[in-house]
Design a protein around this ligand. Structure first.
Ligand code: SAH
Ligand code: SF4
Length: 402
C-alpha cells in the first residue's frame, strides 16, 4: 500500500513508530462495481434473495452468516447452497465488510485502527479498542451486580466513528480541523464494530464489550446511518443497547428524534457539556449559539430513561478556561438544576497540533471532581487512553492517507 506518513509527534515519539501492522490489499480491482451485502437489513436482504429467485428464508441465512458468524466471504456462508453462492458471485455480490488496513498500538494496550471505507472511498475510518475501557461507563447504570472480570479485556470498549471528520467546529477538537469529509454508511459504522470483535475473537453474548459512539464525527448529524448501524448491532449482531453510549455535542433535533427510539434499540446518551455556562460554551463550542444549554437539557428530558439509567454529561477540562474551582461549582449547580438522573465524566483535554489550549494543572482534574462530588453530583474521571498513538478523545484525525 502506498502509505504516506504524516508524522505526528507526541512526547518525543512519532506515531508511525507505533504502527504494528499494515495490511496490503490485493483485491482492489476485482472489487470494482461489486455490490456490498454488509450493512443491509433483513428486508433488503430479502429483496436480494428475491432478485436471485431464492426463497425469503435465505435472507436470514445471509444475515446470520455475515453478522452473527462474522463471515467475510460469501463462500464461507455454507448454509447457502453452492449454486446460490456461485450465482451471488456471478451477479457481483460480495460481503464487503470493512477491513482493518493499519493498526497502531499504544503502550497502554489501546489499539487504533484505520479501517477501509466502502469500495470507491479512499478515506479511511478510525476505530479504537480499549482493552480495559476508560472508566467512562462507571456509574451510569450499565454494571450488573456481582459481575466479575473473566478475561483481561472483559471491560473492553470499542470507540466507533460516525463520520469522516466533523462539521461541528469545537475549538478544542482535532477532528474538527478536518471539517466534514463525508458521512459513514450504516454498514461502515456497524462494520467497524464487527471487524474489531472479530480481531479480538469476542464471543458476543458471553463476553462483555461496551460500545461508545465517540470517535470521529457527530452521530446526530448522520442520524439515519448511525441508528441503522445500532439496529444491525442489536438485532443482528446481538449486542445490547444498554452497553452502548452515543455522545452528542448537543444537536437538539437529533436528541428529539433519539428520544422517540424504542428502548430495545436505544443506546445510552451522553452530552458533551464541556463548559459551566452558555458564555464559555459558546466560545469553545460555537454550536452553543444555535442550541444553548437549556435547549439541549429540554430535549434530553424527553428521553424515557430505563431504571437506574443516567444521562452522562461529558466535561473536557481546558487549562485555565473551564477547569477552575468556580467552574466546578457552577457545573454542579447546573447539573443539579436539571433534575435529571445524571453523572459527570471528566476528561483532561488531550493536546493536538495547532490547537490553542492547554492541559489542566496536575491534580486539577481530581480537585474538580472533589468539588462536584461534594456538591452531590456523581463524577468520574475518564482515563486518557492511547495518547501516544493519537487515539484519545478528540485526537482522531487521519494520520495516514489510505
Ligand atoms: N461528536 C460527538 C462525539 C465525538 S467527540 C461529541 O462531541 O460528543 C467525543 C468526546 O470527546 C466529546 O465529549 C468531546 O467533547 C471530547 N473531546 C473532543 N476533543 C477532545 C480533546 N482534545 N481532549 C479531550 N476530549 C475531547
Ligand atoms: Fe465534532 Fe465532537 Fe469534535 Fe465537536 S467534539 S468537533 S462535535 S467530534
Amino acid at each position: 500500500m502506498a502509505a504516506q506518513h504524516e508524522k505526528m509527534h507526541y512526547a518525543g515519539r512519532s506515531v508511525s513508530e507505533n504502527v504494528i501492522q499494515i495490511v496490503t490489499r490485493t483485491d482492489e480491482q476485482p472489487d470494482a462495481g461489486r455490490r456490498t451485502l454488509f450493512g443491509l437489513g433483513r428486508t433488503e436482504l430479502a429483496a436480494v434473495a428475491a432478485e436471485l429467485g431464492e426463497p425469503g428464508f435465505r435472507a436470514s441465512q445471509i444475515a446470520d452468516g455475515i453478522y452473527k458468524h462474522r463471515l467475510a466471504d460469501i463462500n464461507e456462508i455454507t448454509t447457502l447452497s453452492k449454486a446460490m453462492r456461485r450465482k451471488m458471485s456471478e451477479r457481483g455480490l460480495k460481503v464487503g465488510r470493512p477491513e482493518i488496513l493499519q493498526v497502531f498500538r499504544s503502550v497502554d494496550g489501546t489499539e487504533r485502527y484505520l479501517v477501509q471505507g466502502e469500495s470507491g472511498s479512499l478515506q479511511t475510518v478510525e476505530t479504537v479498542w480499549m482493552p480495559e475501557g476508560d472508566e467512562g461507563e462507571a456509574g451510569d447504570g450499565s454494571q450488573e451486580e456481582g459481575e466479575e472480570a473473566q478475561k483481561a479485556w472483559s471491560r473492553a470498549t470499542i470507540c466507533v466513528s460516525s463520520q469522516v471528520g466533523c462539521a461541528v467546529n469545537c475549538q478544542f477538537c482535532l477532528t474538527a480541523k478536518l471539517g466534514l469529509q463525508r458521512n459513514l454508511t450504516a454498514g461502515e459504522i456497524a462494520g467497524q464494530v464487527v471487524t474489531v470483535l472479530d480481531r479480538h475473537g469476542v464471543e458476543v453474548g458471553r463476553e462483555r464489550v461496551n460500545l461508545v459512539f465517540m470517535g470521529m464525527g457527530e452521530p446526530f448529524l448522520n442520524y439515519d446511518n448511525f441508528m441503522g448501524a445500532v439496529r444491525l448491532l442489536v438485532e443482528e449482531v446481538g449486542l445490547s443497547p444498554q452497553r452502548m453510549t452515543v455522545s452528542t455535542s448537543g444537536i437538539v433535533p437529533g436528541i428529539e428524534r433519539f428520544a422517540q427510539e424504542p428502548s430495545e434499540v436505544r443506546p445510552k446518551l451522553a452530552i458533551s457539556l464541556n463548559a459551566p455556562n452558555d458564555e464559555i460554551r459558546s466560545e469553545v463550542m460555537p454550536l452553543n449559539r444555535k442550541w444553548p444549554i437549556a435547549a439541549v437539557v429540554d430535549a434530553v428530558r424527553q428521553v424515557k430513561l430505563r431504571p437506574r439509567e443516567r444521562i452522562t454529561f461529558e466535561y473536557v477540562l481546558l487549562g485555565g478556561v473551564t477547569d477552575q474551582p468556580e467552574h466546578a461549582r457552577e457545573v454542579a449547580r447546573l447539573v443539579r438544576r436539571t433534575g435529571l438522573p445524571a453523572k459527570v465524566n471528566l476528561i483532561a483535554w488531550n493536546p493536538g497540533p495547532g490547537i490553542p489550549f492547554s492541559m489542566p494543572q496536575p491534580g486539577g482534574v481530581e480537585a474538580f471532581r472533589r468539588v462536584l462530588s461534594a456538591e452531590g453530583v456523581p463524577t468520574y474521571l475518564r482515563r486518557p487512553r492511547g495518547r501516544d498513538i493519537y487515539a484519545a478523545c478528540g485526537q482522531l484525525k487521519r494520520t495516514v492517507e489510505g
